[in-house]
Ligand binder design. Structure first.
Ligand code: EPU
Length: 424
């Protein structure tokens, strides 16, 4: 049998999604009240109930996923979404650069999101989705409907003796989510502690740090198609993850809004301490006593020592990607610069450290009063206050040109460049 199976109870709005022989999700509407349950069937009578529902006799009939989505909306009592105009975005991006959104809305439910999508379509207005605003540089004002997707909620679906699929609404702040999984001993995301941004943005660019990437624990994501509001589930292969990359940055760019992301976590997930800096941070704790919490705390200390806190100084993390060059090029570079860090890749090619290239080109700590290059991690551009997006972009281009001139290597920005200037 193919799961999930969607069912609706005749003449009611009660629906269930059966995810397997021993678990299902149930939504019931009682007057104005909405109840939802995630049911894991531990006893035989509970499993029998699933079998009865699947028999499709009696009150339950099968429905399509689309019908299920339409029937089930926990926020049916609150479909409104507030459209605002000329909204300042400085405090809504981690760069903190001043820029105005022509239209702005914060949506907290699928219905509100669909309402906003329909409005944008009807008025032929482009759309910009803002998660935590942690990976974008706004070059100027944004002539678009800027949507802040603030869909929340964490759900846990136990799987096997020690595992779980843990999903979170796109609007959950990433670090808070990671802390919550650790509090509940669902392990796997600890190396990704303290990364700014929201859960919804994490698969977009397959965030990664200290030897772990989102794709290593990814289960699935649900996304709404901008064109028609349809909800679709993406598994890992459909997301086509790569280094700081996914299908959502390429072929499907601008087509989807991610609303929920799920991860495979496990109480017994192995500790990953291969990254030199982590091993060094944990040197004082005997190997057999190290915990996932220790790894998380080590990562937090390393990040705090190297990366600027967006609450203190505006930035979007690594501004550039680490470039990959053919091995012949890497060899020639190594001969000319013996201390250059190089990381041979499994699929061929050699990855270089953009931070090292930028530092060697003399940019580390470079300042243009309102903005500059971070003095402890040259990959990060920083905004001290009062800079425009254009000015930061000019600096980025100067850095790229200078690295190209010195090493013949072309850097690429990792941060999304947003150029939707006003026309009215
Ligand atoms: N380096 C320098 N100078 C610098 C920065 C780095 O010489 O100013 C050298 C380091 O000494 C090291 C090498 O470059 O030999 C690599 O540096 P590091 O280990 O600090 O990592 P990174 O390549 O600079 C990447 C990610 C970070 C992530 C860290 C840790 C990218 C673009 N960046 O940085 O991700 O936290 O590894 O895993 O892949 C982000 O994406 O926003 C981000 C911060």
């Amino acid at each position: 049998m193919e799961y999930p199976v969607y069912l609706q109870m005749t003449e009611t709005e009660n629906v269930v999604a059966i995810q397997g022989p021993s678990r299902f999700w149930e939504g019931q509407k009682l007057g104005n009240q909405v109840l939802q349950h995630d049911v894991v069937c531990r006893t035989w009578p509970e499993r029998q109930r699933v079998m009865d529902m699947l028999e499709s006799e009696g009150p339950w009939s099968r429905i399509s996923k689309e019908a299920f989505d339409r029937a089930w909306d926990p926020e049916m009592t609150e479909p409104d979404w507030g459209l605002q105009e000329h909204v300042e975005l400085a405090s809504r991006t981690t760069f903190g650069i001043s820029s105005k959104a022509r239209w702005f809305a914060r949506v907290t439910t699928l219905t509100q999101l669909r309402g906003a999508l329909a409005w944008a379509k009807e008025h032929d207005v482009p759309m910009l989705v803002l998660g935590g605003g942690s990976n974008m540089l706004l070059h100027g004002d944004v002539h678009a409907l800027v949507l802040q997707v603030d869909i929340r909620g964490v759900e846990v679906l136990p799987q096997g003796p020690t595992g779980a699929v843990v999903s979170a609404g796109a609007g959950e702040p990433w670090h808070e989510f990671v802390m919550r999984t650790l509090d509940d001993s669902w392990h796997g995301l600890e190396n990704l502690s303290l990364i700014p941004g929201n859960v919804g943005a994490s698969p977009m660019q397959n965030i990664g740090a200290y030897g772990v990437e989102v794709k290593d624990h990814f289960a699935w994501l649900d996304a709404v198609r901008i064109e028609d509001g349809a909800l679709e589930r993406f598994d890992a292969s459909k997301c086509q993850f790569g280094y700081r990359d996914s299908v959502f940055k390429r072929e499907e760019r601008g087509n989807w809004i991610i609303v929920r992301v799920a991860f495979h976590l496990d109480r017994e997930s192995p500790l990953r301490m291969g990254y030199g800096a982590i091993e060094h941070e944990l040197a004082d704790i005997p190997e057999e006593r190290r915990t996932h919490r220790d790894v998380s705390e080590a990562v937090i200390r390393i990040r705090q020592s190297k990366l600027p806190d967006p609450a203190v100084v505006g930035n979007a993390g690594s501004f550039f990607k680490n470039p990959t060059v053919p091995s012949t090029v890497a060899q020639a570079l190594k001969e000319a610069h013996p201390s250059m860090p190089q990381y041979p890749q499994a699929g061929g090619g050699v990855k270089l450290a953009a931070g090292w290239l930028i530092e060697q080109s003399g940019w580390k700590g470079h300042s243009r009063e309102t903005h500059g290059v971070h003095d402890r991690q040259a990959l990060v551009l920083v905004h001290f206050g009062g800079a425009t997006g254009q000015e930061v972009w000019v600096l980025a281009q100067d850095v790229m040109a200078s690295v190209h001139q010195k090493f013949g290597v072309q850097l690429e920005p990792e941060v999304n460049q947003i150029k939707l200037h006003p026309t009215d």
